[in-house]
Design a protein around this ligand. Structure first.
Ligand SMILES: NC(=O)c1ccc[n+]([C@@H]2O[C@H](COP(=O)([O-])OP(=O)(O)OC[C@H]3O[C@@H](n4cnc5c(N)ncnc54)[C@H](O)[C@@H]3O)[C@@H](O)[C@H]2O)c1
Length: 299
């Protein structure tokens, strides 16, 4: 049984940014399921049938005025005091846009959310960082395995550089306001159930998915991690790796490491398919425990 360091009741009303995205849809649905009043925010209303129903505000987070209005509860039809923000909106990977465009969007959106939350007196911010800060795509081998939160960020792309800067920025916002709680969730590669059909094909070549040490996060477990983070009650800035408990591979984790990274120190006895992206801190501090595995969805 896990004993989270510090938990409290869930906040009543929460703004979720990036709400129509892959992770955002799962987070909004999950938080609504557990009784949180969610204002879903995204610049894309989207045409996907899985788009969030319920309360939705279309806003561009690179515009500070729009962010401030949303977080102050000032937008028409979307009033009410906001108790917490879950900031997921971003260009979600390197190489989708030119680097400067990724940086401009993601850095200004995140600064605006952090600053508007502060201006609105919101004390709880959970934001999407990324596994990339651990050194993906690991052309330089990881310092040890499983990787954890104990070494300094090693961004290798502009996208990741921005995530590392967001983590740094959160630390300074918390220094400015000792009551603030800012939790960065370093999500692994987000997967929906439909994505699992391709997983068996990864086995043929262990190098295919070495770029993130064969990790993944089921969007529903990602949503659970967000819920756990929203219930965490100790002021300050923290980061957590959020991955599933296993890898995407049928081969053993120890075998993968000895074949692909033979010189990397293995710091613990590894379970057969144990994740190489350590979730020990999230388990210990947040009480996060993944409920899903791709292995239950592929015969
Ligand atoms: N997908 C992954 O594998 C992965 C892995 C690690 C971290 N992350 C992070 O998790 C978060 C969610 O990723 P996702 O996979 O759901 O991505 P996604 O692209 O499916 O969703 C991101 C959403 O953010 C919105 N958005 C982007 N810029 C915006 C802006 N300026 N104003 C308003 N909305 C804006 C987009 O419209 C989109 O709906 C991102 O921060 C991403 O960097 C994703």
């Amino acid at each position: 049984m896990t004993h989270p360091d510090s938990v409290t009741a869930l906040p009543r009303r929460v703004v979720v940014t990036g709400a129509t995205g892959k992770l955002g849809r799962a987070v909004v649905a999950h938080l609504r399921d557990v009784g949180v009043d969610v204002l879903a925010v995204d610049r894309a209303a989207g045409g996907d049938p899985r788009d969030v129903g319920g309360e939705f505000l279309q806003a561009d987070l690179t515009d500070y005025g729009q962010v401030l209005e949303a977080l102050l509860g000032g937008a028409d039809e979307h009033g009410g005091r906001v108790d917490a923000v879950v900031h997921l909106a971003a260009v979600p990977a390197p190489g989708l846009l030119p680097n400067a465009a990724t940086f401009a969007n993601n850095s200004s959106a995140t600064y605006n959310v952090f600053a508007a939350a502060r201006a609105a007196g919101i004390k709880r911010v959970v934001y999407a960082s990324s596994e990339t800060v651990l050194g993906l795509p690991f052309d330089t081998p990881p310092p040890y395995a499983p990787v954890d939160e104990e070494y300094a960020p090693r961004p290798e792309s502009t996208y990741s550089l921005n995530k590392a800067l967001e983590e740094e920025m959160a630390g300074h916002f918390c220094r400015w306001d000792p009551e603030l709680i800012m939790l960065g969730l370093r999500f692994s590669n987000v997967m929906d159930v439909e994505d699992y059909a391709q997983f068996p094909s990864f086995d043929a070549d262990p190098r295919l998915r070495r770029w993130n040490l064969w990790g993944y996060i089921d969007a529903r477990d990602g949503a659970q991690a967000v819920e756990r983070a929203l219930a965490y009650d100790r002021p300050g800035a923290e980061v957590f790796i959020i991955a599933n408990a296993d890898t995407v591979m049928s081969r053993s984790s120890a075998g993968l490491m000895s074949e692909v990274y033979p010189d990397v120190e293995i710091r613990k006895e590894l379970g057969e398919h144990e994740t190489l992206l350590s979730i020990d801190k999230a388990r210990r501090v947040l009480g996060y425990e993944p409920r899903h595995t791709w292995r239950n969805h592929v015969s």
